[in-house]
Design a protein around this ligand. Sequence first.
Ligand SMILES: [Zn+2]
Length: 426
Amino acid sequence: MNAADQQQRILDAVDRRFDAQLKTTMEFSSIPSTRGAEGPCQDMIGDLLRERGYEIDDWHIDTAYLKDLRGFGPIEHDFSRARTVVGTYRPQRESGRSLILQGHCDVVPTGPLDMWDTPPFTPTIKDGWMYGRGAGDMKSGTIAALYALDALRAAGLKPTARIHFQSVIEEESTGAGALSTIQRGYRADCCLIPEPTNHRLVRSQVGVIWFRIKVRGRPVHVFEAGEGANAIKAAYHLIQEIEQLEKEWNRRAASDRHFKAVDHPINFNPGIIKGGDWASSVPAWCDVDCRIAILPEWDIKQHQTEILNCVTTASRKHPFLANNPPQVEWSGFLSEGYELTGADEPERVLRSSHKTAFGSDMKELVFTALTDTRFYGLNAGIPSLCFGANAQALHGFNERVEIESLRKTTKAIALFVAEWCGVESV
Ligand SMILES: [Zn+2]
Protein backbone atom coordinates (compact mmCIF):
# COMPACT_ATOMS: atom_id res chain seq x y z
CA MET A 1 0.00 0.00 0.00
CA ASN A 2 1.51 3.35 -0.95
CA ALA A 3 1.26 6.43 1.27
CA ALA A 4 -1.60 8.02 -0.66
CA ASP A 5 -3.67 4.81 -0.55
CA GLN A 6 -3.03 4.50 3.15
CA GLN A 7 -4.16 8.08 3.78
CA GLN A 8 -7.31 7.53 1.73
CA ARG A 9 -8.15 4.39 3.67
CA ILE A 10 -7.80 6.30 6.95
CA LEU A 11 -9.98 9.18 5.71
CA ASP A 12 -12.65 6.74 4.49
CA ALA A 13 -12.57 4.88 7.81
CA VAL A 14 -13.29 8.13 9.69
CA ASP A 15 -16.24 8.80 7.38
CA ARG A 16 -17.62 5.28 7.79
CA ARG A 17 -17.63 5.51 11.56
CA PHE A 18 -18.62 9.16 11.86
CA ASP A 19 -22.30 8.56 12.71
CA ALA A 20 -21.22 6.24 15.51
CA GLN A 21 -18.72 8.90 16.64
CA LEU A 22 -21.48 11.52 16.85
CA LYS A 23 -23.66 9.11 18.82
CA THR A 24 -20.87 8.45 21.33
CA THR A 25 -20.15 12.19 21.55
CA MET A 26 -23.79 12.90 22.38
CA GLU A 27 -23.89 10.16 24.98
CA PHE A 28 -20.69 11.49 26.58
CA SER A 29 -21.97 15.09 26.47
CA SER A 30 -25.24 14.13 28.15
CA ILE A 31 -23.40 13.43 31.41
CA PRO A 32 -23.50 16.53 33.66
CA SER A 33 -19.84 16.27 34.66
CA THR A 34 -19.34 19.54 36.49
CA ARG A 35 -16.53 19.70 39.04
CA GLY A 36 -16.81 16.86 41.54
CA ALA A 37 -19.32 14.96 39.35
CA GLU A 38 -16.99 13.56 36.67
CA GLY A 39 -17.25 9.94 37.87
CA PRO A 40 -19.84 8.72 35.32
CA CYS A 41 -17.77 10.24 32.49
CA GLN A 42 -14.67 8.42 33.69
CA ASP A 43 -16.71 5.20 33.92
CA MET A 44 -17.88 5.65 30.35
CA ILE A 45 -14.40 6.37 29.00
CA GLY A 46 -13.04 3.38 30.94
CA ASP A 47 -15.66 1.15 29.29
CA LEU A 48 -14.98 2.55 25.80
CA LEU A 49 -11.25 1.94 26.21
CA ARG A 50 -11.72 -1.50 27.77
CA GLU A 51 -14.00 -2.76 25.02
CA ARG A 52 -11.37 -1.68 22.48
CA GLY A 53 -8.71 -3.72 24.25
CA TYR A 54 -6.64 -0.95 25.83
CA GLU A 55 -4.79 -1.66 29.05
CA ILE A 56 -6.64 0.36 31.73
CA ASP A 57 -5.20 2.38 34.58
CA ASP A 58 -8.01 3.93 36.66
CA TRP A 59 -6.92 5.51 39.94
CA HIS A 60 -8.00 7.84 42.70
CA ILE A 61 -5.96 11.02 42.76
CA ASP A 62 -4.17 11.63 46.05
CA THR A 63 -3.30 15.31 46.30
CA ALA A 64 -0.59 14.49 48.86
CA TYR A 65 1.50 13.34 45.87
CA LEU A 66 0.71 16.43 43.81
CA LYS A 67 0.98 19.36 46.18
CA ASP A 68 4.72 19.91 45.77
CA LEU A 69 4.71 19.57 41.98
CA ARG A 70 5.08 22.48 39.60
CA GLY A 71 1.74 24.05 38.75
CA PHE A 72 -0.33 22.57 41.59
CA GLY A 73 -3.22 24.78 42.69
CA PRO A 74 -5.25 24.46 45.91
CA ILE A 75 -8.35 22.23 45.72
CA GLU A 76 -11.18 23.28 48.01
CA HIS A 77 -13.94 20.78 47.29
CA ASP A 78 -14.35 17.10 48.19
CA PHE A 79 -11.68 15.31 46.15
CA SER A 80 -12.07 11.83 47.65
CA ARG A 81 -13.68 10.38 44.50
CA ALA A 82 -11.46 12.18 41.97
CA ARG A 83 -10.07 9.77 39.35
CA THR A 84 -7.92 9.69 36.27
CA VAL A 85 -8.42 7.06 33.56
CA VAL A 86 -5.68 6.10 31.12
CA GLY A 87 -5.96 3.51 28.35
CA THR A 88 -2.64 2.33 26.95
CA TYR A 89 -1.98 0.77 23.56
CA ARG A 90 1.29 -1.15 23.24
CA PRO A 91 2.60 -2.44 19.94
CA GLN A 92 4.21 -5.88 19.92
CA ARG A 93 7.46 -4.28 18.84
CA GLU A 94 7.98 -0.59 19.42
CA SER A 95 9.60 1.20 16.50
CA GLY A 96 7.76 4.53 16.21
CA ARG A 97 7.40 7.61 18.39
CA SER A 98 5.14 7.42 21.42
CA LEU A 99 2.14 9.68 21.98
CA ILE A 100 -0.18 10.98 24.69
CA LEU A 101 -3.72 11.88 23.60
CA GLN A 102 -5.51 13.74 26.35
CA GLY A 103 -8.93 15.23 27.02
CA HIS A 104 -10.68 16.65 30.05
CA CYS A 105 -14.22 15.55 30.90
CA ASP A 106 -15.08 18.24 33.47
CA VAL A 107 -17.40 21.00 32.28
CA VAL A 108 -18.25 24.40 33.73
CA PRO A 109 -21.70 25.13 35.25
CA THR A 110 -24.56 25.82 32.85
CA GLY A 111 -25.81 29.10 34.29
CA PRO A 112 -29.58 29.78 34.19
CA LEU A 113 -31.25 26.97 32.23
CA ASP A 114 -33.86 29.28 30.72
CA MET A 115 -31.08 31.02 28.77
CA TRP A 116 -30.45 27.85 26.73
CA ASP A 117 -32.43 27.11 23.55
CA THR A 118 -32.12 23.37 24.24
CA PRO A 119 -31.29 21.74 27.60
CA PRO A 120 -27.49 21.78 28.11
CA PHE A 121 -27.24 18.08 28.93
CA THR A 122 -29.57 16.94 26.15
CA PRO A 123 -27.15 17.22 23.23
CA THR A 124 -28.98 18.32 20.09
CA ILE A 125 -27.88 18.46 16.46
CA LYS A 126 -29.29 21.38 14.50
CA ASP A 127 -28.14 23.08 11.28
CA GLY A 128 -24.74 21.42 11.24
CA TRP A 129 -23.90 22.02 14.89
CA MET A 130 -24.09 19.90 18.03
CA TYR A 131 -25.34 21.88 21.02
CA GLY A 132 -24.71 21.07 24.66
CA ARG A 133 -22.53 21.92 27.64
CA GLY A 134 -19.19 20.26 26.99
CA ALA A 135 -20.03 19.37 23.38
CA GLY A 136 -17.38 21.91 22.36
CA ASP A 137 -15.15 22.09 25.43
CA MET A 138 -14.07 19.37 25.00
CA LYS A 139 -16.00 16.13 24.95
CA SER A 140 -16.24 16.10 21.14
CA GLY A 141 -12.43 16.40 21.07
CA THR A 142 -11.85 13.47 23.42
CA ILE A 143 -14.22 11.24 21.45
CA ALA A 144 -12.63 12.44 18.18
CA ALA A 145 -9.26 11.20 19.42
CA LEU A 146 -10.79 7.85 20.37
CA TYR A 147 -12.42 7.44 16.94
CA ALA A 148 -9.24 8.57 15.21
CA LEU A 149 -7.53 5.54 16.75
CA ASP A 150 -10.52 3.38 15.77
CA ALA A 151 -10.17 4.59 12.18
CA LEU A 152 -6.63 3.26 11.95
CA ARG A 153 -7.82 -0.16 13.02
CA ALA A 154 -10.79 0.02 10.63
CA ALA A 155 -8.31 0.86 7.87
CA GLY A 156 -6.41 -2.34 8.65
CA LEU A 157 -3.55 -0.57 10.39
CA LYS A 158 -1.98 -0.64 13.83
CA PRO A 159 0.36 1.94 15.35
CA THR A 160 3.96 0.89 15.94
CA ALA A 161 4.43 3.02 19.06
CA ARG A 162 2.98 3.25 22.54
CA ILE A 163 -0.10 5.47 22.94
CA HIS A 164 -1.59 6.67 26.22
CA PHE A 165 -5.19 7.82 25.95
CA GLN A 166 -5.84 9.99 29.02
CA SER A 167 -9.17 11.22 30.36
CA VAL A 168 -8.65 13.82 33.08
CA ILE A 169 -10.70 16.07 35.37
CA GLU A 170 -10.17 19.51 36.94
CA GLU A 171 -8.97 21.17 33.74
CA GLU A 172 -11.35 24.05 34.43
CA SER A 173 -10.14 24.81 37.96
CA THR A 174 -6.63 23.56 38.83
CA GLY A 175 -5.35 21.08 36.25
CA ALA A 176 -4.86 18.45 38.96
CA GLY A 177 -6.03 15.68 36.61
CA ALA A 178 -3.31 16.36 34.05
CA LEU A 179 -0.79 16.81 36.84
CA SER A 180 -1.75 13.39 38.22
CA THR A 181 -0.78 11.72 34.91
CA ILE A 182 2.68 13.32 35.14
CA GLN A 183 2.98 12.22 38.78
CA ARG A 184 1.92 8.69 37.82
CA GLY A 185 4.87 8.55 35.42
CA TYR A 186 3.21 8.79 32.00
CA ARG A 187 5.63 10.11 29.40
CA ALA A 188 5.74 10.13 25.62
CA ASP A 189 7.59 11.75 22.73
CA CYS A 190 4.67 14.09 22.09
CA CYS A 191 1.28 15.05 23.49
CA LEU A 192 -1.82 16.18 21.60
CA ILE A 193 -4.84 17.74 23.31
CA PRO A 194 -7.82 18.28 20.99
CA GLU A 195 -9.36 21.32 22.69
CA PRO A 196 -11.55 23.35 20.32
CA THR A 197 -9.11 25.75 18.62
CA ASN A 198 -10.92 26.19 15.31
CA HIS A 199 -8.24 24.08 13.58
CA ARG A 200 -5.40 26.27 14.76
CA LEU A 201 -2.29 25.19 16.60
CA VAL A 202 -1.90 26.93 19.96
CA ARG A 203 1.48 28.65 19.82
CA SER A 204 1.34 30.37 23.18
CA GLN A 205 -1.22 30.40 25.98
CA VAL A 206 -1.75 32.39 29.16
CA GLY A 207 -1.42 31.12 32.70
CA VAL A 208 -4.12 31.79 35.27
CA ILE A 209 -4.26 32.69 38.96
CA TRP A 210 -7.45 32.20 40.96
CA PHE A 211 -7.92 34.11 44.21
CA ARG A 212 -10.68 35.01 46.61
CA ILE A 213 -10.95 38.34 48.37
CA LYS A 214 -12.70 38.05 51.72
CA VAL A 215 -13.97 41.32 53.13
CA ARG A 216 -15.04 41.12 56.78
CA GLY A 217 -16.24 43.68 59.29
CA ARG A 218 -18.52 44.15 62.26
CA PRO A 219 -21.76 46.04 61.64
CA VAL A 220 -21.10 48.18 64.71
CA HIS A 221 -18.10 49.63 62.91
CA VAL A 222 -20.11 49.81 59.74
CA PHE A 223 -22.45 52.46 61.14
CA GLU A 224 -19.64 54.48 62.64
CA ALA A 225 -17.62 54.45 59.46
CA GLY A 226 -20.45 55.87 57.38
CA GLU A 227 -20.55 55.43 53.65
CA GLY A 228 -17.36 53.38 53.31
CA ALA A 229 -18.55 50.80 55.82
CA ASN A 230 -20.45 48.45 53.55
CA ALA A 231 -18.54 45.21 52.85
CA ILE A 232 -20.10 44.83 49.40
CA LYS A 233 -19.24 48.41 48.43
CA ALA A 234 -15.75 47.90 49.85
CA ALA A 235 -15.37 44.83 47.64
CA TYR A 236 -16.29 46.97 44.62
CA HIS A 237 -13.51 49.36 45.59
CA LEU A 238 -11.04 46.45 45.56
CA ILE A 239 -12.33 45.21 42.20
CA GLN A 240 -11.75 48.64 40.68
CA GLU A 241 -8.21 48.79 42.09
CA ILE A 242 -7.41 45.33 40.66
CA GLU A 243 -8.61 46.61 37.29
CA GLN A 244 -5.72 49.08 37.52
CA LEU A 245 -3.35 46.16 38.07
CA GLU A 246 -4.91 44.46 35.05
CA LYS A 247 -4.11 47.58 32.99
CA GLU A 248 -0.51 47.55 34.20
CA TRP A 249 -0.10 43.86 33.30
CA ASN A 250 -1.55 44.49 29.85
CA ARG A 251 1.05 47.25 29.36
CA ARG A 252 3.73 44.66 30.17
CA ALA A 253 2.18 42.16 27.79
CA ALA A 254 2.85 44.56 24.92
CA SER A 255 6.48 43.39 24.90
CA ASP A 256 5.66 39.65 24.69
CA ARG A 257 6.73 38.20 21.32
CA HIS A 258 3.37 36.54 20.71
CA PHE A 259 0.88 38.37 22.90
CA LYS A 260 1.87 41.82 21.62
CA ALA A 261 -0.39 41.01 18.66
CA VAL A 262 -3.38 40.41 20.94
CA ASP A 263 -5.58 43.24 22.14
CA HIS A 264 -5.96 43.04 25.94
CA PRO A 265 -4.57 39.53 26.58
CA ILE A 266 -4.68 39.86 30.37
CA ASN A 267 -8.26 39.55 31.54
CA PHE A 268 -9.27 40.02 35.14
CA ASN A 269 -12.64 38.50 35.97
CA PRO A 270 -14.48 38.80 39.26
CA GLY A 271 -16.49 35.63 38.62
CA ILE A 272 -18.45 34.93 41.81
CA ILE A 273 -19.64 37.42 44.40
CA LYS A 274 -21.37 36.55 47.64
CA GLY A 275 -22.11 38.78 50.58
CA GLY A 276 -24.53 40.13 53.12
CA ASP A 277 -27.45 38.50 54.85
CA TRP A 278 -30.36 40.90 54.73
CA ALA A 279 -31.51 43.71 52.43
CA SER A 280 -31.98 46.12 55.34
CA SER A 281 -28.76 45.25 57.13
CA VAL A 282 -25.46 46.82 56.16
CA PRO A 283 -23.46 43.81 54.92
CA ALA A 284 -20.60 42.76 57.18
CA TRP A 285 -19.07 40.35 54.72
CA CYS A 286 -18.40 39.90 51.01
CA ASP A 287 -16.41 37.22 49.16
CA VAL A 288 -15.29 37.72 45.56
CA ASP A 289 -13.78 34.85 43.54
CA CYS A 290 -11.46 36.19 40.87
CA ARG A 291 -9.44 35.02 37.88
CA ILE A 292 -6.55 36.89 36.27
CA ALA A 293 -4.18 35.82 33.51
CA ILE A 294 -0.38 35.97 33.32
CA LEU A 295 1.87 35.35 30.32
CA PRO A 296 4.44 32.61 29.63
CA GLU A 297 7.64 33.09 31.65
CA TRP A 298 5.92 35.34 34.17
CA ASP A 299 6.69 34.08 37.65
CA ILE A 300 3.66 32.88 39.63
CA LYS A 301 4.95 33.89 43.08
CA GLN A 302 5.93 37.37 41.93
CA HIS A 303 2.47 37.96 40.49
CA GLN A 304 0.77 36.60 43.60
CA THR A 305 2.78 39.17 45.57
CA GLU A 306 1.65 41.93 43.22
CA ILE A 307 -1.98 40.94 43.78
CA LEU A 308 -1.47 41.02 47.57
CA ASN A 309 0.28 44.40 47.38
CA CYS A 310 -2.50 45.81 45.23
CA VAL A 311 -5.15 44.72 47.76
CA THR A 312 -3.12 46.02 50.71
CA THR A 313 -2.51 49.43 49.11
CA ALA A 314 -6.14 49.75 48.05
CA SER A 315 -7.30 48.89 51.57
CA ARG A 316 -5.14 51.52 53.23
CA LYS A 317 -6.89 54.31 51.36
CA HIS A 318 -10.40 53.04 52.12
CA PRO A 319 -12.13 54.04 55.39
CA PHE A 320 -13.68 50.66 56.14
CA LEU A 321 -10.94 48.40 54.76
CA ALA A 322 -8.19 50.37 56.49
CA ASN A 323 -9.61 49.15 59.81
CA ASN A 324 -10.82 45.80 58.52
CA PRO A 325 -8.10 44.55 56.16
CA PRO A 326 -9.43 41.95 53.74
CA GLN A 327 -7.88 38.52 53.30
CA VAL A 328 -6.77 36.97 50.02
CA GLU A 329 -6.99 33.19 49.54
CA TRP A 330 -5.59 31.21 46.60
CA SER A 331 -8.64 29.30 45.42
CA GLY A 332 -7.60 27.20 42.42
CA PHE A 333 -5.33 27.74 39.40
CA LEU A 334 -1.75 28.76 40.08
CA SER A 335 -0.78 28.12 36.49
CA GLU A 336 2.06 29.31 34.37
CA GLY A 337 1.63 30.24 30.75
CA TYR A 338 3.10 27.96 28.10
CA GLU A 339 4.73 28.66 24.77
CA LEU A 340 5.12 25.77 22.37
CA THR A 341 8.81 25.55 21.43
CA GLY A 342 11.17 22.78 20.37
CA ALA A 343 8.36 20.94 18.63
CA ASP A 344 9.43 21.29 14.98
CA GLU A 345 8.91 17.64 14.12
CA PRO A 346 5.45 17.11 15.71
CA GLU A 347 4.41 20.46 14.23
CA ARG A 348 5.55 19.38 10.79
CA VAL A 349 3.54 16.17 11.05
CA LEU A 350 0.42 18.01 12.27
CA ARG A 351 0.75 20.61 9.49
CA SER A 352 0.90 17.91 6.88
CA SER A 353 -2.06 16.04 8.43
CA HIS A 354 -4.04 19.26 8.57
CA LYS A 355 -3.29 20.00 4.93
CA THR A 356 -4.57 16.58 3.86
CA ALA A 357 -7.70 16.73 6.03
CA PHE A 358 -8.67 20.35 5.41
CA GLY A 359 -7.00 21.15 2.10
CA SER A 360 -5.44 24.28 3.59
CA ASP A 361 -2.48 25.38 5.70
CA MET A 362 -2.84 25.26 9.48
CA LYS A 363 -2.92 28.64 11.21
CA GLU A 364 -1.60 29.40 14.68
CA LEU A 365 -3.40 30.71 17.75
CA VAL A 366 -2.16 32.89 20.58
CA PHE A 367 -4.61 31.83 23.24
CA THR A 368 -5.95 34.02 26.05
CA ALA A 369 -7.18 30.95 27.93
CA LEU A 370 -5.17 28.03 29.27
CA THR A 371 -5.06 24.33 28.47
CA ASP A 372 -3.47 21.31 30.14
CA THR A 373 -0.61 21.32 27.61
CA ARG A 374 1.47 23.31 30.11
CA PHE A 375 1.97 20.33 32.42
CA TYR A 376 3.31 18.06 29.69
CA GLY A 377 5.51 20.84 28.31
CA LEU A 378 6.79 22.48 31.48
CA ASN A 379 6.82 19.59 33.97
CA ALA A 380 7.96 16.80 31.67
CA GLY A 381 9.57 18.46 28.63
CA ILE A 382 7.09 16.78 26.29
CA PRO A 383 6.25 18.93 23.25
CA SER A 384 2.55 19.45 23.70
CA LEU A 385 0.23 20.38 20.86
CA CYS A 386 -3.25 21.78 21.28
CA PHE A 387 -5.41 21.55 18.17
CA GLY A 388 -9.10 20.84 17.66
CA ALA A 389 -12.45 21.59 16.10
CA ASN A 390 -14.47 24.76 15.66
CA ALA A 391 -16.68 25.37 18.67
CA GLN A 392 -18.53 28.44 19.87
CA ALA A 393 -19.99 29.80 23.12
CA LEU A 394 -17.55 27.86 25.29
CA HIS A 395 -18.58 28.43 28.93
CA GLY A 396 -21.64 30.29 27.57
CA PHE A 397 -25.23 29.50 26.61
CA ASN A 398 -25.88 27.25 23.59
CA GLU A 399 -22.31 25.94 23.54
CA ARG A 400 -21.82 24.12 20.24
CA VAL A 401 -19.37 22.35 17.97
CA GLU A 402 -19.49 22.37 14.18
CA ILE A 403 -20.08 18.88 12.84
CA GLU A 404 -18.07 19.04 9.59
CA SER A 405 -15.20 20.68 11.43
CA LEU A 406 -15.29 17.78 13.88
CA ARG A 407 -15.15 15.27 11.03
CA LYS A 408 -12.10 16.92 9.47
CA THR A 409 -10.43 17.33 12.84
CA THR A 410 -10.87 13.61 13.47
CA LYS A 411 -9.25 12.93 10.10
CA ALA A 412 -6.35 15.22 10.92
CA ILE A 413 -5.82 13.48 14.27
CA ALA A 414 -5.95 10.01 12.66
CA LEU A 415 -3.42 11.01 10.00
CA PHE A 416 -1.24 12.60 12.67
CA VAL A 417 -1.21 9.43 14.79
CA ALA A 418 -0.42 7.30 11.72
CA GLU A 419 2.57 9.41 10.73
CA TRP A 420 3.82 10.25 14.21
CA CYS A 421 3.60 6.77 15.70
CA GLY A 422 4.03 4.89 12.44
CA VAL A 423 1.66 2.12 11.37
CA GLU A 424 1.88 -1.39 9.97
CA SER A 425 -0.75 -3.69 8.53
CA VAL A 426 -2.83 -5.60 11.06
ZN1 LIG B 1 -11.36 22.76 27.65
